[in-house]
Write a protein that binds this ligand. Structure first.
Ligand SMILES: NC(=O)c1ccc[n+]([C@@H]2O[C@H](COP(=O)([O-])OP(=O)(O)OC[C@H]3O[C@@H](n4cnc5c(N)ncnc54)[C@H](O)[C@@H]3O)[C@@H](O)[C@H]2O)c1
Length: 347
């Protein structure tokens, strides 16, 4: 299946075990040098596959330790050093081959090295296939703050081969499913029911559906000033939880909990007529996703003070009205505190 993102001029190719399409794309750019950026886990699993894809091309592989801690200024500096040492120039390209960590840092390097060089994305986790590889947001963590430094920069080609999911562990599959649940709450009740009830997931279907939902929110708002902000459902609290758990909870798990909290608060505030946090909890349990996290509200507010969504002391929060519909509401930090407290408990 193919998706052409006209606004930002790139194509997304969803395939199963099909390196030919990728080879063809790379052959069309055969005069470029390539840096394949990956992490140590992915490299140990896919070294041969990478070598066979890149066979005959002028390329290097750069790998770093897997995990969120590598999304750092140090890794960013080291990759830039490597590019300079190998004389990469504007006609050369970066290929991100890995999950969201690899994608975020590679995209940021691609956007800033020589003010921007070519960028190809090959996501290998479910989360990166349905979310981080499209939409143009890149970045690194800084001073223990998520994505504190980054850029908007679009890939020229996204190659999603969901056969990579065959080696991905359950927890990371479920991490991606949590984001897909978020998409369903945003705008697709049918997707929610499908995930809740299915016995065998059709990955092609959910990747395609998820990307179309994401792209519909990104369209005409690449810089995140309006409709795109709805994609942040569950993310204010989610990012805070991810950070104060010291990344023991992963991104999807954290924003899943954030979505449950905000659904509960939404009901108590009269924004939604039904407390569908209960439906979310039931569905999440099926996929072993955590549904609660204990935290101190002051501690989390301290982290949230740095949230990129804060503008003139107001934060734009997304509240679900029902599964398939959300609204925006601007909150002061005091109001956000109340919302968090409302989300903490049932009743
Ligand atoms: N830019 C965006 O729009 C956006 C959106 C959502 C999330 N993110 C970011 O994405 C990151 C999370 O991404 P992630 O969940 O993919 O994490 P990740 O990149 O850390 O990957 C998770 C783990 O899976 C391993 N892995 C990757 N592919 C594999 C495969 N095919 N088989 C076996 N193991 C594999 C990795 O080595 C890692 O250990 C976070 O930093 C988050 O902030 C960015």
């Amino acid at each position: 299946m193919k998706i052409q993102v006209k606004d930002n001029n790139y194509s997304i190719n969803i395939v199963y075990k099909k390196d030919d399409d990728l080879n063809k794309y790379l052959r069309e750019n055969s005069d470029s040098k390539f840096l394949v950026i990956t992490d140590d886990n992915v490299l140990s699993l896919y070294r041969n596959r990478i070598q066979s894809i890149m066979d005959g091309k002028n390329y290097f592989i750069y790998s770093f330790p897997a995990g969120e801690n590598s999304k750092s200024i140090e890794t960013y500096t080291n990759i830039n050093k490597f590019l300079s040492e190998k004389n990469f120039n504007r006609g050369d390209k970066i290929i991100a081959f890995g999950g969201g960590v690899v994608g975020d840092i590679s995209g940021f390097v691609a956007s800033s090295y020589l003010r921007g060089i070519g960028f190809i994305s090959i996501p290998t986790t479910l989360l990166s296939m349905i979310d981080s590889s499209v939409g143009g947001k890149n970045g690194i963590n800084f001073l223990n703050l998520k994505n504190q430094i980054g850029s908007f920069y679009f890939p020229e080609y996204v190659h999603i081969d969901y056969s990579f999911l065959n080696t991905l562990d359950k927890r990371n599959i479920n991490n991606g499913l949590a984001e897909i649940f978020k998409y369903s709450v945003l705008s697709d009740r049918e997707l929610f029911d499908y995930l809740k009830n299915t016995h065998e997931i059709d990955y092609e279907k959910i990747i395609y559906k998820s990307l179309n939902i994401k792209l519909s929110f990104v369209k005409n708002d690449e810089k995140d000033r309006g409709n795109r902000q709805k994609l942040n459902l569950g993310h204010t609290l989610g990012h805070g939880i991810e950070s104060i758990s010291n990344y023991k909870l992963n991104h999807g798990e954290s924003i899943g909990i954030g979505t449950i909290f905000i659904a509960r608060a939404s009901y108590k505030m009269g924004i939604s007529k039904k407390d569908f946090s209960k439906d979310l909890i039931e569905a999440f349990k099926k996929y072993n996703l955590p549904t609660h996290f204990d935290f101190d509200t002051d501690e989390i507010l301290e982290v949230l003070k740095h949230d990129k969504k804060i503008n003139k002391n107001m934060i734009n929060e997304i509240f679900p009205v029902k599964i398939g519909e959300v609204i925006n509401k601007k909150l002061t930090m005091d109001e956000l505190r109340e919302v968090i407290e409302l989300g903490k408990t049932n009743g």
